[in-house]
Design a protein around this ligand. Structure first.
Ligand SMILES: *[C@@H]1O[C@H](CO)[C@@H](O)[C@H](O)[C@H]1NC(C)=O
Ligand SMILES: *[C@@H]1O[C@H](CO)[C@@H](O)[C@H](O)[C@H]1NC(C)=O
Ligand SMILES: *[C@@H]1O[C@H](CO)[C@@H](O)[C@H](O)[C@H]1NC(C)=O
Ligand SMILES: *[C@@H]1O[C@H](CO)[C@@H](O)[C@H](O)[C@H]1NC(C)=O
Ligand SMILES: *[C@@H]1O[C@H](CO)[C@@H](O)[C@H](O)[C@H]1NC(C)=O
Ligand SMILES: *[C@@H]1O[C@H](CO)[C@@H](O)[C@H](O)[C@H]1NC(C)=O
Ligand SMILES: *[C@@H]1O[C@H](CO)[C@@H](O)[C@H](O)[C@H]1NC(C)=O
Ligand SMILES: *[C@@H]1O[C@H](CO)[C@@H](O)[C@H](O)[C@H]1NC(C)=O
Ligand SMILES: *[C@@H]1O[C@H](CO)[C@@H](O)[C@H](O)[C@H]1NC(C)=O
Length: 793
């Protein structure tokens, strides 16, 4: 082999951002050298991409492709889109990349050994050149046969129009600074489905699509074996398994990259040009705690949209490596098999995924505890109530993996610990995750872009967090369900019964020609009806909708996939001509508003507390847990319906949007104030950015109304009017009363009577007053509200 290291074929480029000279391609017999990594760079025709040696550590380099950086810019690893030798960086001395005369590309480390090669061979004249789309191609000079291209060997990044195929996969980096292969993989599995796997040092598992869903339940099609997916340059992702999404900035001309990040999330990043920063324009997982292995073994993960995710060790465990949580936690005690030396610690709302050693369908607590004690390997058990079946289920665990607290999980985990130790305090060390703190940037589509992009007109640039506006973000077409939750099983029944499209004439018959009106709102009129299968339904006929059929259906399909026991169930819809109708389950006990004003005292203290908690849970779900984050924007007692057990069901969400879309397309953000006088947060009046905290505010007002029995709108009539003080009367009144002694009796709705829990009452009032703080940053998030309300149960 002859290494003719020459630069005969160099073509010198004068480049706007780089004064140094660069190559347009590498020909046979020539090489790039690490010592000259600043100049020995292959640049694409318009300069968008560069390929060469990229410094990844002290004296260590990888042969990489990156978005060209400006000369004075500090190198940003986020610009790297491909690496030849990610596992083995080469030395900063004597390392070279050759295009040999036999047609092979070789990477030589420190002048001694080869760390990477393209395994190609050809006698024809060849060139290695970088296309403007970031694809590094080895091709014949005549005939332009392609022998090798970097697009066929992605690392953790896909560029627009670069296909993910059956032969390729994305593998995350170990960390943001260590580019070696990490634990997370994205690929087409043997069932033709794109999935995400955690492939850790000890265990591996699939975490997306949610593993307890069958592929069709996750909206996937597993019979198309072409196994191909790509992100197009406008921001739409299309896959042969029918999984598709569009970025928030869909349609705008952007530089984009899709990356399997080191924290297991797939994100699309966009930027206008190289002088701008990358921002996240889409991500697949919204609650990072659902990503397996994220906090390691024996730990718990908790997610707060403002703070990001937090890992902690379980009680009795200590962290293994403070700088890397993927190592997890190890026990502070020795396990004993002696039954009489074990005790169990109750962790409310804590869920572990996987490693169930034993499952008992209909179990008592005692049976569950005994079955754990009998097994030396049992580290704890999960005990959950399946509401629809009316039984308790028992899962014993041999490993404590993928643990997380979640406001919507209604089971309990019991952790096995040795007796006599005081492990009841969780180790307080916890980490904040920086990646998940990346703020989603929501840009408005420019008016002139296209009418197609109206969809995105409401996206507001939110200054302080991940909150999205009153818009069903099309972020993933997954059915959000939960393995153990009864709400989930209920929804399966519904799926079997059929979420369906009704014809107009069917609904006309069902409602006896729309005769039995039971409610009326801004969005339309609600009628009671009986469906052909004899189910009682609430049928909402939307006012004159100018919305197109496609758009309406897209939204219906999103609403359909939401799932929470405190959310009203949608059974179907009708779209025919100008008719837009939604079919919901019928709620016997009417709305919270009706019950509060009823003379028959239907709501005792326990019911009111449960309603406050259930409503908080569903809002936490909508704001933080479901895959399309949603703001309700119209929380009021009229929209909280009560089922036969007086459990709250939130209704009417998303509908104001269905109605108002056409009024909104001429402005950035909300041109119209949404919500109802008396319950609206000050942000609406002062024209401040709208975040999930507007719902928190309205929730606080509703809770105050439940406690006092006084409606904020009534208070308004007697008192001050004027926009600034808006709903302030009820709140001010409660705040003032609270300063006196025996305040509880003074504010309490007489209908509640004396039969209440004083400490719970105090917590509820305190939480409600926190929720109605003028300053939205002081208000808690809904999951914090859930936590506070649960803490005293
Ligand atoms: C890396 O190099 C910098 C200076 O170039 C030096 O300060 C630092 O200690 C080095 N780090 C290691 C781990 O060698
Ligand atoms: C990067 O991660 C790999 C795999 O975990 C590890 O072997 C290597 O030592 C790490 N490199 C650095 C510089 O930390
Ligand atoms: C997949 O998508 C295509 C086009 O949108 C549609 O025709 C087809 O019915 C879908 N398949 C399944 C199984 O959903
Ligand atoms: C399979 O997927 C490919 C790529 O998305 C598409 O072109 C093709 O029509 C699909 N085939 C079937 C049978 O759906
Ligand atoms: C990047 O875009 C901004 C605004 O869109 C423009 O002012 C700037 O000149 C652009 N920079 C480059 C290097 O193209
Ligand atoms: C902790 O993790 C860091 C980063 O991966 C690694 O450099 C260090 O060696 C680890 N320490 C221990 C004690 O394992
Ligand atoms: C987690 O804890 C168990 C004991 O409950 C222990 O056997 C295991 O090694 C721990 N895992 C790690 C990664 O330390
Ligand atoms: C189990 O522990 C109890 C109390 O500590 C002790 O009395 C008993 O002997 C132990 N049994 C075995 C088999 O070690
Ligand atoms: C569950 O078990 C209890 C007692 O063993 C029994 O009475 C009940 O019928 C069982 N329920 C179901 C749904 O199997």
């Amino acid at each position: 082999m002859v290494f003719k290291i020459s630069h005969i074929f160099l073509i010198f480029f004068l480049f706007p951002f780089q004064c140094s000279s660069h190559l347009s391609s590498l020909k046979k017999g020539s090489s790039l050298s690490v010592e000259k990594h600043a100049e020995d760079v292959i640049v694409s025709s318009k300069g968008t991409f560069s390929a060469g040696f990229y410094q990844v550590g002290n004296n260590s380099f990888s042969f990489a492709i990156w978005f060209t950086e400006m000369q004075n810019q500090t190198p940003n690893p986020a610009n790297i889109v491909w690496m030849a030798n990610r596992e083995q960086p080469v030395n900063g001395k004597l390392s070279k990349l050759f295009l040999l005369n036999n047609g092979n590309i070789l990477l030589l480390d420190a002048g001694q050994h080869y760390t990477w090669s393209s395994n190609t061979a050809s006698d024809a004249p060849l060139e290695l050149y970088l296309k403007e789309d970031g694809n590094l191609v080895l091709r014949e000079l005549q005939g332009s046969t392609i022998l090798w291209q970097s697009y066929d060997f992605p690392t953790n990044t896909l560029l627009p129009n670069q296909p993910l195929t059956r032969y390729t996969k994305l593998v995350s980096s170990r960390s943001q600074s260590n580019h070696s292969s990490g634990f997370y993989k994205c690929f087409f599995d043997d069932n033709n489905i794109i999935r995400l796997d955690y492939d850790g040092p000890d265990v591996s598992s699939t975490y997306w699509p949610p593993p307890w869903l069958l592929s069709w339940e996750a909206g996937r099609f597993n019979y198309n074996s072409s196994r191909i997916a790509f992100l197009d340059s406008l921001g739409k992702f299309i896959s042969s398994d029918n999984y598709t999404f569009s970025t928030y900035d869909y349609g705008m001309v952007m530089q984009r990259r899709l990356s399997m990040d080191s924290d297991g999330n797939i994100r699309v990043y966009s930027r206008k040009n190289l002088s701008k920063n990358w921002y996240v324009s889409w991500q697949v997982v919204h609650d990072p705690c659902t990503i397996h292995g994220i906090c390691g073994a024996n730990s718990s993960c908790i997610y707060d949209p403002n703070m990001g995710k937090k890992c902690s060790c379980l009680p009795g465990y200590k962290v293994k490596n403070h700088s890397d949580w993927s190592y997890g936690c190890e026990p502070l005690f020795d396990f004993t098999c002696n039954r009489s030396e074990s005790t169990f610690l109750k962790l409310q709302g804590f869920e572990l995924f996987g490693y169930d050693n034993n499952f008992v369908q209909n179990s008592t607590y005692k049976i569950c505890e005994t079955s754990c004690l009998q097994d030396c390997n049992c580290k704890g058990f999960q005990y959950t109530y399946a509401e629809d079946k009316g039984i308790f289920q028992c899962f014993t665990k041999i490993q404590l993996l993928n643990g997380r607290y979640s406001p919507s999980f209604q089971g309990i985990t019991y952790l096995r610990l040795p007796k006599g130790n005081n492990f009841y305090k969780q180790e307080s060390m916890s980490v904040k995750d920086h990646v998940s703190l990346v703020h989603l940037h929501k840009d408005y589509a420019r008016k002139q872009t296209s009418h197609l992009f109206r969809l995105f007109l409401w996206l507001t640039i939110v200054v302080g967090g991940l909150e999205l506006v009153c818009f069903l973000m099309v972020c993933g077409f997954l059915i959000k369900t939960r393995k153990n939750s009864s709400a989930n099983q209920h929804s399966y029944h519904l799926t079997l019964l059929g979420f369906r499209r009704y014809t107009y004439s069917e609904l006309k018959v069902a409602t006896k020609n729309f005769s039995n009106e039971i409610g009326r709102g801004g969005g339309g009129v609600v009628y009671r009806g009986t469906l052909p299968d004899q189910r009682d339904a609430a049928i909402k006929r939307l006012n004159e909708a100018k919305q197109g059929e496609g758009e309406f259906l897209a939204e219906v399909s999103i609403i359909e996939k939401l799932n929470h026991m405190n959310l009203i169930e949608m059974w179907g819809y009708c779209v025919e001509g100008k008719h837009r109708i939604l079919v919901y389950e019928y709620m016997e006990n009417g709305s919270l508003a009706e019950n509060l004003s009823s003379k028959t005292n239907t709501l005792d203290w326990t019911k009111r507390y449960d309603i406050a908690l259930g409503t908080a849970r569903v809002l936490a779900y909508l704001h933080e847990e479901c895959l399309e984050w949603i703001l309700h924007c119209d929380i009021k007692p009229q929209n909280i319906l009560l089922d036969s057990n007086f459990q709250p069901k939130l209704a009417d969400f998303g509908l104001s949007k269905l109605q108002n879309r056409n009024n909104l397309d001429n402005s950035s953000g909300f041109s119209m104030i949404r919500g109802t006088r008396g319950y609206m947060a000050p942000e609406w009046i002062f024209n401040l950015p709208i975040t999930s905290k507007v719902d928190v505010y309205s929730y606080g007002v509703v809770v105050l109304e439940m406690i006092t029995g006084k409606s904020p709108t009534m208070m308004n009539i007697e008192g001050v009017d004027g926009e600034g003080t808006y709903n302030g009367r009820l709140i001010t009144w409660v705040r003032e009363k609270k300063r006196s002694t025996c305040w509880v009796e003074q504010i309490l709705d007489p209908a509640i009577g004396n039969n209440y829990d004083l400490s719970k009452m105090e917590i509820l009032v305190r939480v409600a007053l926190d929720c109605v703080e003028e300053d939205r940053d002081i208000r808690p998030t809904m999951s914090q509200v859930v936590e506070m309300l649960q803490s005293c149960e």
